[in-house]
Design a protein around this ligand. Structure first.
Ligand SMILES: Nc1ncnc2c1ncn2[C@@H]1O[C@H](COP(=O)(O)OP(=O)(O)OP(=O)(O)O)[C@@H](O)[C@H]1O
Ligand SMILES: Nc1ncnc2c1ncn2[C@@H]1O[C@H](COP(=O)(O)OP(=O)(O)OP(=O)(O)O)[C@@H](O)[C@H]1O
Ligand SMILES: [Mg+2]
Ligand SMILES: [Mg+2]
Lengths: 256, 256
């Protein structure tokens, strides 16, 4: 049974793309058939996976407007063993085009029904907004993974995000649930980070992943090589943390 | 002559809001009459300036849809001496409502003509997207300040941003120009940051502000107190850097 995760947080720069790419790579080496969907017109997950976004014959844009299937548009991330449904700036056009479509929120979900038997796990990297692209991601998914930088503005935005997830569950996708919150760029010496982490623990309890992603420069360097950190510097703290996360995620799926 | 700056970069988390709030406070103590416009439904510049976004009688949303003037909706940031045109989640609705309006890109610009004599400087904090809200900011402005985290994904997005600015200048606002690029969260020990900074120097030359904002935890702590860093910890490296930036900005305006 294919599991679909939306990786989302409208707060910018909290590690959505970094989590999506590194988790995809870590799950692939654990013999999962993984599809990473880039739902951000920035196309960071696409280039972070080593795919040239300026030369895409087909992209997620064509899938959303019904001109291509997922399997025609997906490409393999070289050397990483997972598939990517790529994106580029063209995707920004879909936001406006979707507004007038019937069932506009279901476009991605419907496209994914055709590949139920092709992947074990689908990860959707969402843009930093609560817009029609993110809603498509939340309707296509059954689980939400929320990357959280432990700082004030990110904490402030969490209630808007939780509200949006509740609304999508109520009106569009009853099976949607928050699978977990992931602490990213975490610096344990930083008092603010500890205070915010304590609040997350208090409000979300067991939904907080045990795995914490530390601030680690290797995670910021790897994208310029078009690779996940495990293929750039496998023994780095950043790469190892995402390997731990993959294990934790698979354990949760195995024993819900 | 009122000068309007758009503070924008569609890459998330690069320091747009932090720059807008701290620059506004630093310019205010230099006897400038400053208006900070929060154009992001996240409302971070609003709360970062000590204003409760859940109790806004009027906001930038009402201004954009023509139901209120700037002067009725603006409030003063307590103790900081600058005015804020506040935002909250309601603003997300304007994006859709603007799509069908005639002159939709000019809504903010037209609203600002009524207060030409009330402010010396207007700073517009844009959301992490190249959407109708950001376009309104770029049409209302004559200058663009681009906060830049010196990392790969932020560098990758710069060409899309420059293209968008060129298109707005060509079709909607001939006076729009890039005033400068601001290096934010800069850690000089980080080789990646140095490499990216060298590329910025090469491509943008004198448009790169001399002032560099260091990574400084006080800048991340201040928003939880609803204050700019200069009112939270005036001697911190972050607060001092934004004071330097205010000087540099005023020098550039004085001798173009
Ligand atoms: N744990 C980490 N340690 C150090 N750097 C990191 C870490 N995670 C992410 N980064 C870097 O921080 C920046 C922001 O991360 P990323 O782009 O993944 O966030 P995002 O939430 O996807 O941003 P956006 O909102 O623009 O989509 C990137 O330059 C990335 O390389
Ligand atoms: N120079 C700095 N040193 C340390 N932390 C910083 C610095 N500048 C910003 N921050 C922190 O980094 C995070 C991102 O900054 P900020 O929210 O200002 O970026 P943004 O570009 O406005 O994000 P968004 O794309 O979501 O609007 C915030 O938690 C902020 O407090
Ligand atoms: Mg991203
Ligand atoms: Mg912001």
């Amino acid at each position: 049974m294919m599991k679909v995760f939306a990786i989302t947080n409208q707060k910018g720069g909290v590690g959505k793309t970094t989590s999506a790419v590194n988790l995809a790579a870590s799950l692939a080496v654990r013999h999962q058939r993984v599809l990473l969907i880039d739902l951000d017109p920035q196309g960071n997950a696409t280039t972070g996976s080593g795919i040239d976004k300026s030369r895409l014959p087909r992209s997620v844009y064509h899938v959303l407007i019904g001109q291509a299937g997922v399997l025609d548009a997906a490409q393999y991330s070289p050397g990483a063993g997972y598939a990517v449904l790529p994106a580029n700036r063209e995707l920004a056009g879909a936001e406006v085009e979707l507004v007038d479509m019937p069932n506009r929120e279901f476009q991605l979900r419907r496209a994914l029904t055709a590949c139920e038997n092709d992947y074990d796990l689908v990860l959707i990297d969402c843009p930093p907004a609560l817009n029609m692209l993110t809603v498509n991601g939340l309707v296509a998914a059954s689980k939400v993974l929320i990357p959280m930088q432990c700082e004030y503005y990110a904490l402030e935005g969490l209630s808007d995000l939780v509200q949006t997830i509740k609304r999508v569950r109520h009106h569009l996708n009853p099976q949607l649930e928050i699978e977990g919150l992931l602490r990213t760029m975490f610096d344990p010496r930083n008092q603010l980070a500890q205070q915010v982490a304590a609040q997350l623990q208090h409000h979300f309890g067991a939904k907080l992943y045990r795995t914490v992603i530390p601030r680690n420069v290797r995670l910021a360097e790897a994208p310029s090589h078009g690779k996940a950190a495990m293929h750039y510097d496998a023994s780095s703290r950043g790469a190892l943390a995402y390997q731990d996360l993959a294990d934790e995620l698979l354990q949760r799926l195995a024993s819900p």
